[in-house]
Design a protein around this ligand. Structure first.
Ligand code: CO
Length: 194
């Protein structure tokens, strides 16, 4: 069996196993989604949102891009945020980065990768903003700190966003979280609690 067919087979087995536990599971989910959380994370294959926080389909609304950026003019991310906040009325927006993020590390270096260099320009701007702190660090420590600064900045971009500001003005219950995940031990750290 070729590799791609294996995925279809895996899916059939997965769907069967879920139905074995709860025959009505998919019928209930097909009716509507009522997630409490919006996840804004990195596209990195090692940081799958649902799995690392132990949530099932239907529990978390997910947006992922390279280096978990929230860019004020990115209509993709803004549309997800607007739908999540205004329509789904999620209670938590989680910006979750991860240590060893290739996007962040690429932005710290001078190597060219193509179109993505423009996307990573947002992190280069951020590295410039924090150049004094970063200049005191080297190697893995510098990369790790930049990954943290990036999460904090993107969570701030969520807070500064007009959709979120309007929600706060209306008195809607909404909490913004800045988390970072370790690829080495699978543990999430809340940067607001450090
Ligand atoms: Co990444």
């Amino acid at each position: 069996m070729n590799e791609i067919n294996q995925l279809i087979k895996n899916n059939q087995e997965w769907a069967e196993s879920i139905k074995a536990d709860d025959p009505d599971y998919f019928n209930k989910l097909a009716e509507r989604q009522t997630p409490q959380y919006l996840w804004i994370g990195c596209a990195d294959s090692r940081v799958p949102a649902n799995q690392i926080v132990g949530l099932l389909p239907g529990d978390i609304f997910v947006h992922r891009n390279v280096a978990n950026l929230v860019v004020h003019t990115d209509f993709n991310c803004l549309s997800v945020l607007q739908y999540a906040v205004d329509v789904l009325k999620v209670k938590h927006v989680i910006v979750c980065g991860h240590y060893g993020c290739g996007g962040v590390e690429a932005a710290l270096g001078d190597q060219r990768f193509g179109l993505i260099d423009n996307w990573l320009g947002h992190i280069k701007d951020l590295a410039y903003k924090h150049r004094e702190e970063l200049a005191l660090l080297e190697g893995e420590k510098r990369s790790a700190r930049m990954c943290e600064l990036n999460v904090l900045e993107q969570a701030e971009n969520v807070r500064r966003n007009s959709i979120v500001k309007d929600a706060f003005m209306r008195g809607q219950q909404l909490h913004i979280h800045s988390w970072i995940y370790s690829l080495r031990n699978g543990v999430i750290k809340d940067l607001a609690k450090i």
